[in-house]
Design a protein around this ligand. Structure first.
Ligand SMILES: [Zn+2]
Length: 175
């Protein structure tokens, strides 16, 4: 298990289409462990394998919406292998999205409000469930990564360029 560097825009790897996992095995589970370590270390709520440079259809998520008595978020890790989105709702909603591959930048993205999702878990068992709210936003955002799309691709060119400029500035200030 390890915290790995996160691939950031405009790295061309983020445009790759990830390939399905052929059989869920110990290598897959080791990848998942690295993904959780990396996501928690970066205070993210979702991560696709390509964000650590592995073009496989694997996502991890943890919305950490519940808190314990001390106000610390309670971990609720979820794994999605070969996920598929079914029946996206016509009704759409807006959410101010961010991404570990686009550090500290946020923008409103419109997506279907609800969807069903089909996936395998880390034991290779199949699941299907209806998602809404932040869970629906997050799974659709992460699914996009498997198809070579980042949330910036949903924005106007002007907005995208503005964010890339801000990122550049931020990186120069940190250098
Ligand atoms: Zn992302």
């Amino acid at each position: 298990m390890a915290v790995l560097p996160i691939v950031e825009v405009p790295d061309p790897r983020l445009k790759l289409i990830s390939t399905p996992v052929e059989g869920v095995d110990d290598d897959t589970r080791a990848l998942i462990a690295d993904m959780f370590d990396t996501m928690y270390d970066a205070n993210g709520i979702g991560l696709a394998a390509i964000q650590i440079g592995v073009p496989k259809r694997v996502l991890v998520m943890d919305l950490q919406e519940e808190e314990d008595e001390e106000g610390k978020p309670i971990r609720a890790p979820r794994v999605f292998i070969n996920p598929e989105i079914l029946d996206p709702a016509d009704e759409r909603s807006l959410y101010n999205e961010g991404c570990l591959s686009v550090p500290d930048q946020y923008a409103e993205v419109e997506r279907p409000k609800r969807c069903r999702v089909k996936w395998l878990d880390e034991d290779g068992k199949a699941h299907e469930e209806a998602f809404e709210g932040l869970l629906a936003v997050c799974i659709q955002h992460e699914m996009d990564h498997l198809n070579g799309i980042v949330f910036l691709d949903h924005l106007s060119r002007l907005k995208r360029q503005m964010i890339m400029k801000k990122l550049d500035k931020q990186r120069r200030a940190a250098a």
